[in-house]
Ligand binder design. Structure first.
Ligand SMILES: Nc1ncnc2c1ncn2[C@@H]1O[C@H](COP(=O)(O)OP(=O)(O)O)[C@@H](O)[C@H]1O
Ligand SMILES: [Mg+2]
Length: 319
């Protein structure tokens, strides 16, 4: 018998002061899946997951977590769902180990917090008060607190924001371990690389709506209908800056050559990023491959001129 989805969100709507933040979002997350919500700042990602966590009351639509209504059955939901806290929710004076003990006491079968703290590089800080932790340490503590209850479902919102690349990769491995123990993960991110690396499926959210919902490979195939930019930079580029580009669908960095898929406006953003860092793009190629469904998006001006030193190649045509 097919099992019911662990998280179900149907036609979710939520406005703030009459302005829609989430405008009809639907998706379902299966047991054991890492499901990503990807989108630019202000897209409505946090509002969506706060409704899943029962921290916000939807204006309309339906949300279920393991069949529970997170608002009406908040206590029961809390026992199955581990959520990443916001900074304001933790008392400044609690030490790391006090916080972990306190939070494990909320759950019926918590993990031993010590190995978890070790895994997250928090052991040396276990007697440090929360207020004295660095930004990255606070972030790692929030992740530990989301996991310590040994929940069936974990919601992580921008979990690696502010972490250095090394710490980010450690956290990714931890998330993969969590999933291999059967935990379902709902992961909010605005880093395409993070979503691609970790997620089984991704809902791309833009302006409160689901713009696409697919596997990472499927999203890349779709982006064949968008604009692909590739170049070899004269100096290394920061992954974080590349991932933060607007309308980015995918980024690949292979043997020093960068390939980005995005929309028309991604090209502008890439070129100004390069200009800001005084980096030259060697063998720059910009390719549009319009499909009928994407025609609206690829209506573009041809821009080959002195402003950016010239786009040297442009291929326009179906894939
Ligand atoms: N508590 C709030 N009050 C008013 N507006 C809010 C509040 N929270 C979020 N918003 C607005 O709702 C929109 C979606 O925000 P959010 O869900 O935080 O998006 P994301 O997490 O994708 O950045 C944004 O325009 C944001 O300014
Ligand atoms: Mg957010």
């Amino acid at each position: 018998m097919p099992t019911a989805p662990v998280i179900e969100v149907t036609e979710l709507r939520k406005s703030y002061a009459g302005r829609p933040a989430v405008d009809g979002v639907s998706f379902a997350v299966e047991e054991g899946e890492i499901f990503g919500i990807l989108g630019p700042n202000g897209a409505g990602k946090t509002t969506t997951v706060e409704c899943v966590e029962g921290l916000r009351v939807p204006d309309s639509g339906r949300v279920r977590v393991t069949g529970l209504d997170p608002v009406a059955e908040h206590e029961a939901t809390r026992r199955v769902l581990g959520a990443q806290l916001q900074e304001s929710e933790l008392q400044a004076k609690l030490t790391v180990h006090e916080a972990l003990e306190l939070y494990s006491a909320f759950y019926p079968s918590p993990l031993d917090w010590r190995p978890l703290a070790e895994r997250l590089g928090l052991t040396a800080k276990s007697t440090t008060r929360f207020a004295k932790l660095s930004g990255g340490q606070k972030q790692r503590l929030f992740i530990a607190l989301a996991l310590v209850g040994n929940p069936r479902v974990v919601v992580l919102d921008e979990l690696t924001t502010g972490l250095d690349p090394r710490a980010r990769r450690d956290i990714w491995e931890l998330i993969e371990d969590i999933r291999s123990n059967g935990v379902t993960v709902l992961l909010v991110t605005h880093f395409m690389e993070e979503a691609q690396r970790l997620c089984d499926r991704i809902a791309v959210i833009d302006k409160g709506r689901v713009a696409a919902l697919d596997t990472p490979a499927g999203l890349i195939r779709r982006s064949a209908g968008a604009t692909v930019i590739s170049f070899t930079p004269s100096a290394p580029l920061d992954d974080r800056e590349l991932n933060a580009l607007p309308a980015l669908v995918a980024v690949e960095n292979k043997d020093g050559r960068i390939t980005l898929s995005g929309r028309d406006d991604t090209v502008d953003a890439v070129l100004s990023l390069l200009a800001r860092h005084h980096i030259t793009a060697h063998q720059l190629r910009v390719t549009d491959a319009p499909r009928p469904a994407h025609r609206r998006l690829v209506h573009r001006r041809v821009r080959a001129g002195p402003r950016y030193g010239g786009l040297r190649s442009r291929t326009v045509g179906p894939p």
